[in-house]
Design a protein around this ligand. Structure first.
Ligand code: M6R
Length: 589
C-alpha cells in the first residue's frame, strides 16, 4: 500500500532510491517518483506507471539526500499529478497511508488561499508543513501530524535542511544505517544490501536524519533510543533463480515452505503452552483477508476436528461489523502473510480488546501483528514478492496442521515432510497445468468446485485465477451449483472440479454430469486414480495428481491450481507478478 524510501549520506541518492523503490514495488505500482536535494534546491521526477519509468530521470536528480515513493492509489487516479512526491513551498513529501480528515483540511487550506495540484489526500501534508514552518522542520512536522487523522508514514525534504525527516502512525517505517549513509523505508526489503543494521520506528515517532546521523523523538519530542539489529539475511530474496516470474519461483518454493515452517515451529518456545490454550479455549476464531482468509477456512476445518470447542473463520474486514463474542478463554488466530494488513490488525485488536489470547500466523517476523500477538507461529516461507500469495498460503496450511496436531505435532510434521516431496515434484513438473490453463484462457468464466475440504481449495484457486488472469471466476461447494449458479453454465464456461476425498467422489460426479448435460466444459483435478479413471473419458481434461490422504491433499491440489493460474496469466498476456489494481501489503482499511 504505497512504499516510501529516503536516504541521506555520502553517495548520490537517486540511484539508491530507485533501487529501493524497485524492491518496494510490490506495495503498489500505480505511479512512482523521487525528489532529491542539492545545495538548497529540490529536484523532482514523477510519473504515472511503474518505477521503471523513473530510470531515464535519474541523471537529472542530483544530491546525496532524497525521498522516493511507489503508489497504490487510494485518492485520485494513477496520473502524473497524483504521483508522489508532493511539493509545497520549500517542502517535498512522500506518504504511505490514508488521511481520513483530508477533505476538512483541504477546505481549510483552500480557505487560506492555498491551491492543490492533485486529488490525493497526501498533498495536505505538504501544505501543513509549509504553513507551520518557521525555520524549524521538526516543529513543523510535529504540528503538521497533530492535525492529521488516519494512518501515515511520511518522509519530507525541506530546501533549507540537509537531510530528511520521517514520521509515522500505524503505517510502518524502518530506519537503516549503512556504510555510506542512513535510510528510512516502509519495509526492510528496500534497504537490504545497503544498510547493515535497522530498527522499527514506534507509533508516533519522528526521526531526523542527516548525512551525519539519525535522532529519534517520541510524539512529545523526547529523544528516544530504538534498538538497532542487523538487517536479516532472509530479507534478501530478490533473485528469481532462473524463473521468468516470481510467481513461478515462489510456487516452486512451496515444498520448502512446508518443511521450513515445520522446523520453525519446533524452534518456537512455548508450543506446549499453546496447545493447552487451544485445548482449554471456549472458542477459537481465525481471521484474515484474501488468501489468508482462504487459508483460515482450511485452518478452521482442521482445528475444528482437533479441538472440542466452536471454531470459525472470519473475513477480517467484516470482523468489526459482526465481531464474534469472545471471552478471556477464547483464542483468536490472526493470519497474515505481511503482518501489516490493516483489516487483520483491526480484527486482532478487537479480539484482544475482549481479552482473547492472540496468536499471529505470519510470514513476517518483525511485522505489526507480531507486536500485538501473545504468541507468534512463524510461517517460514521466505520473502514473497509476487502480489499473488502462493507459498505463504502453503506455509499457513502447514501451521494449521501443526496447531491441530497438538502433542502429536512431531508425527504430523513427518507426514508433512512426505507431502512436501510430492509438492516439490509437482511444482517443477506441472506440465498438465498448461492444458487446463488453455481451457481457462479460452473461457468466459471459470468455476472452481469441490466438496468438503476441497471447497477451501476451490475458493483459493478461484481467487488466484481471477487475480492474475482477470478472468471472472468463483469457488463454490459443488452441491451449491444447482441452486442458482448452474444458470450461468454454457459452452463458454469452464468448471474445474476437485476430487480429492474418496468419500465425496460420487457427489462430485453428480455435479460433473449436471454441467456436461448443459454443454459446459469440465476439467477434473484429482489425487484419486479411481476417480480419474471414472471421469476422464467424459470430461475435457483430467489431471491425476500425486496420491495422498484427503486431509493432506490441499497442499497438492492448491499447488496444481496455482500453476493453472500462473500459466493462464501467461496465455492471456498478463504480468502474474504485478496484477493491475492490486498491492502486496494492504495497509489501509
Ligand atoms: O499480507 P496478508 O496475508 O494479510 O494479505 C492479505 C491479502 O491482501 C492477500 O492474501 C491477497 O488476497 C493476495 N493478493 C492474494 O493472492
Amino acid at each position: 500500500m504505497c512504499g516510501i524510501i529516503a536516504y541521506s549520506g555520502k553517495s548520490p541518492a537517486a540511484e539508491k532510491l530507485y533501487r529501493g523503490l524497485k524492491r518496494l514495488e510490490y506495495r503498489g505500482y500505480d505511479s512512482a517518483g523521487i525528489s532529491t536535494l542539492s545545495e538548497g534546491c529540490i529536484f523532482t521526477a514523477k510519473h504515472g506507471g511503474r518505477v521503471e519509468r523513473l530510470r531515464a530521470d535519474l541523471g537529472a536528480l542530483s544530491g546525496c539526500t532524497g525521498i522516493g515513493h511507489t503508489r497504490w492509489a487510494t485518492h485520485g487516479r494513477a496520473t502524473d499529478a497524483n504521483a508522489h512526491p508532493h511539493l509545497c513551498g520549500r517542502f517535498s513529501i512522500v506518504h504511505n497511508g490514508i488521511i481520513r480528515n483530508c477533505e476538512q483540511l483541504k477546505k481549510e487550506l483552500k480557505g487560506l488561499g492555498r491551491t492543490f495540484f492533485s486529488q490525493t489526500d497526501s498533498e495536505v501534508i505538504a501544505h501543513l508543513l509549509d504553513m507551520y514552518y518557521c525555520g524549524d522542520m521538526l516543529q513543523a512536522m510535529l504540528h503538521a501530524v497533530a492535525r492529521l487523522k488516519g494512518l501515515w508514514a511520511v518522509a519530507a525534504l525541506c530546501a533549507d535542511f540537509n537531510g530528511f525527516i520521517v514520521a509515522r502512525r500505524s503505517s510502518p517505517v524502518v530506519l537503516g544505517e549503512g556504510d555510506d549513509g542512513f535510510y528510512a523505508a516502509s519495509d526492510v526489503h528496500a534497504i537490504v544490501g545497503c544498510a547493515h543494521s535497522c530498527c522499527v520506528l514506534e507509533d508516533g515517532d519522528i526521526a531526523v536524519v542527516t548525512p551525519e546521523g539519525m535522532r529519534v523523538y517520541d510524539s512529545l519530542l523526547n529523544p528516544v533510543v530504538r534498538a538497532f539489529e542487523p538487517v536479516p539475511a532472509e530479507c534478501a530474496g530478490g533473485d528469481m533463480e532462473g524463473c521468468p516470474h516470481y510467481m513461478l519461483k515462489e510456487i516452486r518454493q512451496n515444498a520448502a515452505a512446508i518443511t521450513d515452517t515445520c522446523d520453525g515451529f519446533f524452534r518456537c518456545e512455548g508450543a506446549d503452552g499453546l496447545f493447552k490454550k487451544l485445548a482449554r479455549a471456549d472458542k477459537i476464531v481465525l481471521t484474515g483477508c484474501g488468501t489468508a482468509y482462504n487459508a483460515s477456512l482450511a485452518g478452521a476445518r482442521l482445528l475444528g476436528w482437533a479441538y472440542d470447542c466452536p471454531v470459525s473463520a472470519h473475513i477480517a474486514g467484516e470482523y468489526c461489523s459482526d465481531p464474534p463474542r469472545l471471552t478471556t478463554r477464547s483464542v483468536c488466530i490472526a493470519v497474515t502473510q505481511s503482518g501489516e494488513t490493516a483489516d487483520t490488525l483491526a480484527a486482532a485488536s478487537i479480539a484482544r480488546g475482549c481479552g482473547a489470547y492472540l496468536i499471529a500466523v505470519t510470514n513476517c517476523p518483525r511485522s505489526a501483528v507480531t507486536r500485538l500477538a501473545d504468541f507468534v507461529v512463524p510461517v517460514c516461507a521466505g520473502p514473497e514478492v509476487c502480489v499473488a500469495a502462493t507459498k505463504s498460503y502453503i506455509g499457513q496450511l502447514a501451521c494449521f496442521h501443526l496447531l491441530a496436531a497438538g502433542e502429536c505435532a512431531m508425527r504430523r510434521a513427518g507426514q508433512l515432510q512426505s507431502v512436501a516431496a510430492k509438492v516439490k515434484k509437482l511444482a517443477f513438473d506441472g506440465a498438465y497445468a498448461r492444458v487446463i490453463a488453455s481451457l481457462c484462457a479460452s473461457s468466459r468464466a471459470v468455476f472452481f468446485l469441490g466438496r468438503g475440504g476441497d471447497v477451501d481449495v476451490a475458493v483459493e484457486g478461484s481467487l488466484k485465477l481471477k487475480e492474475v488472469s482477470y478472468i471472472f471466476s468463483a469457488g463454490y461447494p459443488a452441491g451449491e451449483l444447482k441452486h442458482g449458479t448452474l444458470a450461468l453454465v454454457d459452452e463458454s464456461v469452464l468448471s474445474i472440479v476437485l476430487m480429492c476425498d474418496q468419500c465425496l467422489v460420487s457427489k462430485c460426479e453428480s455435479a460433473v454430469e449436471q454441467i456436461l448435460s448443459r454443454g459446459g466444459k469440465v476439467a477434473v483435478i484429482t489425487t484419486l486414480p479411481s476417480a480419474y479413471a471414472s471421469v476422464s473419458p467424459r470430461v475435457q481434461a483430467a489431471w491425476l495428481l500425486p496420491q495422498t490422504c484427503a486431509h493432506l491433499s490441499h497442499f497438492i491440489s492448491s499447488t496444481a491450481l496455482q500453476l493453472v493460474a500462473y500459466h493462464t496469466a501467461l496465455l492471456v498476456g498478463r504480468d502474474p507478478d504485478k496484477p493491475r489494481n492490486l498491492a502486496k501489503s494492504v495497509t489501509v482499511e
